[in-house]
Structure formats: C-alpha cells, structure tokens
Write a protein that binds this ligand. Structure first.
Ligand code: FAD
Length: 394
C-alpha cells in the first residue's frame, strides 16, 4: 500500500546497514523526535543476508545487537601464526537480520516513521526539496539519505580511471559434531591458502565450541564461479580444521568494492550514505564502523540544524592516499597482501593498526606503520598516486 503522505522531513532511500543505522541515530535524538521519516526499500529484509564484523572499544551504540565478541584474534601467514593483542578493542559480530528486525520493532509505535516496500527508480532535487520516485509516485523531503547505487553511477564507475579491485567472499555458518572451536578466539585472516588467484584468505569466527562462520575471501578483479567458493571452503575445512562431517546452517556471499573511485557524497539535498556515499574503506572493504561514525555525524548535524553533508578534514584526506597506495601495490602485484599484512602486524601493535584502519591513528603511529612496509615498494607507489591519476599500470 502506498503511504498517504507524500512529503516528509527525511526520506531514507534503502533500508540496509547505512539507512537503518542513520534511522537509529535519528531516533535517539530528542530534538528530532517529531521529524517525519519515510524509509523505502524494495526488499522486505526478512533474511540474514549478511553478517557485520568490526572492532570497537567498550560498550557500543549497537551493543544489544552484538551476537558474539572476541578478545583474541589470530593471523596466519604461510609460515607463522601471529596472535594479535587487541585489548582494549573487541572484535564484534552483528547479524543483519537482527539489526533489520530491531529497527522495525523500535519504530512500531512511532506514527511519524513510515516504512514502504517499493522499488526506487529516480532521485533528485526540486527547487527547494529533494525527491524520490518509487513505483511511479513522487515523495519529497527536506533531505533524502540515499544508499542505492543507481545505474548512472554504476556506469560512471565502470568508465572511471581508478582501481577496481573486488573483495569477494563466500561464507558458511557450520556446526560440528564435536566441540572444536575456542569461541574467545577468531581467525582474523588465514593466508595459508593458495595465493595463485590473487590475495586470498579465510576467516573463522566461532560463536560456540561447535559453531563458526568460515568465510573464504579474495581481493582481486575476477569473481569466481559460485561453486568454486564451496569447493575451496570444503578444502579449507578438511585441510586446516580437519573437519569433513559438519552441517552448513547458513551461507553468505558478498562483493565489496575496493576502489579509489570518488563516489558523489551529495547532490543538493540528496545525501549519499553507505557504500553509495563512498564510506567503504578502499583498502580493506570494512564499512560498518564508518557507517556508524558517519550516521552519528549526520544526526548531530540535523540536531544542530546544519548541513548533513560530511566534509573530510584536511588531515583525514591522508587516508585516501594510504588507501590508494595499497591498492596500487596490490593491483599492480608489487607485493602480496599476505606479506603486507604480516609485516604490519608483526612489527606494530595490533591496536595501532586497527586505529590506522579506522582512519583514527595519529601522525606518529602513521609513520611507524608506514615504516613497517618496504619503502622501495611503497614510496614509489605513493608518489605515483600523488602525481598520477592512480591508474593501474599496463
Ligand atoms: C555479505 C556481506 C558481508 C559484509 N560484511 C562486512 C563486515 O563484516 N564488516 C564491514 O565493515 N563491512 C561488511 N560488508 C560491507 C558493508 O558493511 C555492507 O555492504 C553494508 O551492508 C553496506 O551498507 P549500505 O547501506 O551501503 O548498503 P546495503 O546494506 O546493501 O543497503 C542498501 C539497501 O538498498 C536497497 N535497494 C537497492 N536498490 C534499491 C531500489 N532500486 N529501490 C529500493 N531499495 C533498493 C537494498 O535492498 C538494501 O537494503 C559486508 C557486505 C556484504 C555484502
């Protein structure tokens, strides 16, 4: 059924991670309590289509949704097992379905919040408002917060002269007959697997002694045939976890762009959020915590009645260069990802690297981290990124 009201304070276009993270932030601001909000998605969001993992210190904003947390992480290279001391951070997991259900439940009695299942085909600005067209009907608002990548943007990405690595993965939640996992320890990256098709690693996230999410991940330009991930997962489980008899309870598949493409962050009163807003960390694919931070910044701006467009400070811009430099090294195969991560985590404190990956390190930490990787490889790559267009070398 179409919503009777056509004009709102805010429209949230796409009720995925960034859309509902922003909604939850807005809902907890007393000053925004009377705002009318329309949330549109073409999916009912009734399936657990993804699981988010991230690191965080202390009790987080979404702590009540955390399914599991790990205090110890491990990184494997082909030769070494490296325990990562991450305290005061914990590595946490939230299931998509829990967040989707929670956001609906907390709005059940909020008459000013309207959910609508519809396909959005266009988005733009009128003279003084933003609009969304969903199934032929126009809805307007002061701001549209959009997390949908429309065809036009996809085409412009295809044409752009930038790195286009993909982080693609398939995961199984498995249950074993015997207790084989330590549920306080997660495998952050296991690089013992073949690197022949480009950077590849597996992570193992046990949520109980018999249950874990095991995910096989690649950083390269070519997706695999879906069955190929299954064979690789099977092989990993038998070779490294010595498991052949287990139940597959759930599966997840995903592709995350690893790119220095400049996603448009806004156009007039249409504010792009999430992956569509360029919030995915180009060099790692991590997005969840950037979504949380930016959703808070936007809600704070709305409270202050300021523009919700997120502006990067001068010092923050340095991370775009670091990201592009790593993409340059990986895309041009100057050094294997396995060796880069080993050098980083074996030479520096894991907590400094986590802060660095969160774009929250200080300049001294940056210098230490940058000095952990070979200057002969990374300095020319960085210079190339500064002085050139960041194009993949021929
Ligand atoms: C399987 C998977 C696992 C991931 N795991 C992690 C992780 O562990 N840690 C991490 O930091 N990042 C992770 N990511 C990356 C990132 O956090 C997620 O992709 C996250 O969901 C991005 O949020 P978003 O709001 O940008 O996009 P989405 O969550 O994809 O939301 C976009 C929404 O728009 C809707 N939509 C699309 N087109 C239309 C249309 N035309 N009309 C109406 N609605 C539409 C979709 O149904 C969807 O609900 C993962 C990604 C995937 C795919």
């Amino acid at each position: 059924m179409q919503p009777a009201i056509k004009d709102y304070d805010y429209i949230i276009s796409g009720a995925g991670c960034s859309g509902i993270s922003l909604l939850l932030r807005i809902l907890q601001e007393p000053m925004l309590r009377n705002k009318t909000i329309l949330i549109i998605d073409n999916d009912t969001k009734e399936l657990n289509d993804r699981t988010w993992c991230f690191w965080e210190t202390g009790y987080g904003f979404l702590e009540n949704l955390v399914l599991h947390r790990w205090n110890n992480l491990t990184l494997y290279t082909d030769k070494t097992k490296l325990p990562l001391a991450i305290a005061p951070y914990a590595y946490k997991m939230i299931r998509g379905i829990d967040m989707y259900n929670y956001s609906r439940n907390v709005t059940l009695k909020r008459t000013k919040i309207v959910w609508h299942k519809a396909n959005i085909t266009a988005i733009g600005n009128t003279e003084d408002r933003a609009f969304v067209i969903a199934e032929g009907i126009e809805y307007t608002a002061q701001y549209v917060f959009n997390s949908i990548l429309f065809e036009e943007e996809k085409k412009s990405f295809e044409k752009a002269n930038c790195y286009k690595l993909l982080q693609h993965f398939k995961g199984w939640v498995i249950e074993t007959k015997e207790p084989i996992f330590n549920s306080d320890e997660a495998t952050f990256m296991d690089f013992r697997v073949s690197q022949d098709k480009g950077a590849a690693f597996v992570y193992v996230l046990p949520t109980s002694p018999t249950k874990a999410l095991v995910e096989y991940t690649f950083f390269n330009e070519q997706l695999l045939d879906k069955n190929a991930y299954d064979s690789l997962l099977k092989e990993y489980l038998s070779t490294y976890l010595k498991q052949t008899d287990y139940m597959i309870l759930e599966t997840e598949y995903g592709v995350i762009p690893m790119t220095n493409y400049h996603f448009k962050n806004h156009e007039g009163n249409v504010i792009n959020i999430g992956t569509a807003g360029g919030w995915t960390k180009a060099s790692s694919g991590f997005t969840f915590q950037f979504i949380q931070k930016n959703a808070k910044t936007i809600a704070d701006s709305l409270v202050a009645e300021e523009s919700p467009v997120i502006k990067k400070g001068f010092l923050q811009k340095r991370y775009s260069l670091y990201d592009a430099t790593l993409l340059n090294v990986l895309a041009n195969k100057k050094m294997e990802a396995r060796d880069v991560f080993y050098k980083l985590f074996s030479k520096q404190k894991a907590t400094s690297i986590l802060r660095f990956l969160d774009n929250e390190s200080n300049l001294i930490e940056d210098l230490k981290i940058l000095s952990s990787v070979p200057t002969a490889i990374f300095l020319p790559a960085a210079l190339q990124e500064i002085f050139s267009s960041g194009k993949k070398e021929k």
